[in-house]
Design a protein around this ligand. Structure first.
Ligand code: URP
Ligand code: ZN
Ligand code: ZN
Length: 483
């Protein structure tokens, strides 16, 4: 340390009980210019000193599945834009979000990205990248727009096997997968069989069964299982790695397990709603079940357990929120077709950006289901690796951005929507007790959340160009699905 002036750092976090994806140890963290520049014992002081004695310090969360201010085609409106969504993220310990730039059929993908930049500019208080939703893989998209966008830092694509306004047929999915494979992008697949859902929905409606709970009956596990298997087959044909998003239960997990056994690079994401919500929440009195309408739907307790097991045994790569916030009591939200709207017309999606990490820390780490290193893998490191942001994001290392969470694990707290920072008028986790919450969140060295106050600034968040993910550029025949 000879020759280093007394205030060597902008900020020093002392006595941090650091947990990364691999290690847990105690050290000081020195931060300058928004970057971690030193990790060691007895570092010199910084202009700011934060004592983290007795507290876990983890990398800031990377929430790789978030819908913010995403335009819809049914007249509904998302409750959160980049201002409220990133604020909510920071207060829950997430320091990077990856929302979706959505191409409408018949429109340019490049224009969708440009428009999405306008939605984010000046509003985000934490860093963000974009996934691309491809709903019209025409020749211009496949030959021109996608290769150019991938080269410019948009290295992940989502395709849908359901939803009339977005779904692709199998041939189109293969075309996108092949393009992603050649140019170096990761493809995320929403796996539900659209025709089965359509047929089941028609039968339910014909029988007059329109309550929110029938959402679950219109999208049973087998519908997800079949599509998951088909997505894997399409990926095998095109020799492309894929990530199956929002996996909800055992039968889809079995397909992914089978694919891994064949050596295929099939990655998997699940979300808190498949751990903490169930079909019972869709069956709440009256229309209240609409609060939990999302796709795939929450399943039963046995499926919840299967998802926990998948977190424990390495099957899942990441846990994301799939934050898709619609107000409940709102004619632009869940009540788009009134307080008795049919399940099939209720906007799909639930808010969950702020509660993702506290729920998983509390019920995963503190309840002894997963260790803290696995928690970091699932909520931060693996997403950064999967989407080309590592090691800038997703770890605590010299040279990485100083995106950090200092945890309070000593106080129980009841989740109340009025205390959350999103703009949605409800949380599906209302009344649930958690035993962990971020005490302090830092985004590139700046405190954005501390002791119950949001200190972030709209415009602090920067757009992140993603590298081509290492798991994509390695040859798929030799790639493995763990990262
Ligand atoms: O219901 C959900 N998951 N809504 C968000 C859109 C999607 O498919 O991820
Ligand atoms: Zn989806
Ligand atoms: Zn989603």
């Amino acid at each position: 340390m000879t020759g280093i002036s007394q205030h060597s750092f902008d900020t020093v976090i002392r006595n941090a009980h650091i947990a990364t994806a691999a290690d847990t140890y105690t050290a000081d963290i020195g931060i300058s210019g928004g970057v971690i520049v030193a990790i060691g014992r007895d570092l010199f002081d910084g202009r700011e000193v934060i004592d983290a004695r007795g507290r876990f310090v983890t990398p800031g969360g990377v929430d790789a599945h978030v819908h913010l201010d995403q335009p819809t085609s049914d007249g509904s409106k998302m409750a959160d834009d980049f201002l409220t969504g990133t604020r909510s993220a920071a207060c829950g310990g997430t320091t990077t979000v990856i929302p979706f730039a959505l191409q409408f059929k018949g429109c340019s993908l490049r224009t969708a990205v440009e428009e999405y930049h306008v939605r984010a500019a000046g509003k985000a208080s934490i860093d963000y990248a974009f996934h691309l939703i491809v709903s019209d893989p025409n020749e211009a998209v496949l030959k021109d727009e996608l290769p150019e966008l991938i080269a410019n830092g948009y290295t992940s694509i989502k395709v849908y096997m359901t939803y009339d306004d977005m779904k692709l047929d199998d041939r189109q999915i293969i075309d996108v997968l092949a393009c992603a494979r050649i140019h170096g992008a990761m493809t995320m697949i929403h796996a539900e069989n659209s025709d089965c859902i359509g047929w089941l929905t028609e039968r339910l409606l014909a029988a007059g069964l329109t309550a929110p709970k029938y959402h679950g009956e219109s999208r049973p596990m087998m519908v997800e299982r079949e599509a998951t298997h088909r997505a894997i087959a399409l990926a095998e044909v095109s020799e492309a790695p894929i990530l199956i998003v929002h996996v909800s239960g055992r039968e889809a997990i079995e397909q992914i397990h089978w694919a891994r056994g064949r050596g295929l690079p099939v990655f998997a994401e699940t979300c808190p709603q498949y751990l903490f919500l169930s079909e019972d929440d869709l069956s709440l009195d009256g229309f209240a079940g609409a609060k939990c309408i999302c796709s795939p739907p929450p399943r039963d307790k046995a499926n919840q357990q299967a998802v926990w097991t998948g977190l424990q045994n390495g099957l899942f790569t990441i846990v994301s929120s799939d934050h898709a916030p619609f107000n409940y009591d709102d004619p632009n939200g869940k009540m788009l077709h009134g307080a008795n709207g049919s399940f099939h017309q209720v906007p799909n999606g639930i808010p969950g950006l702020e509660t993702r990490l506290p729920l998983l820390f509390s019920e995963g780490v503190l309840a002894g289901r997963i260790d803290i290193n696995r928690f970091v893998q699932l909520t931060s490191t693996n997403a950064a690796k999967l989407y080309g942001l590592y090691p800038r994001k997703g770890t605590i290392a010299v040279g990485s951005d100083a995106d950090l969470v200092i945890w309070d694990t000593g106080n129980a707290r009841t989740i109340r929507n009025e205390e959350l920072h999103h703009a949605a008028d409800y949380t599906p986790y209302e009344g649930r007790e958690v035993r962990a919450w971020p005490a302090i969140t830092l985004s590139r060295g700046t405190v954005v959340w501390a002791d119950g106050e949001f200190y972030g600034r709209a415009g602090h968040g920067q757009f992140l160009r993603c590298e081509r993910p290492a798991v994509v550029i390695s040859h798929p025949k030799t790639a493995v699905a763990t990262i």
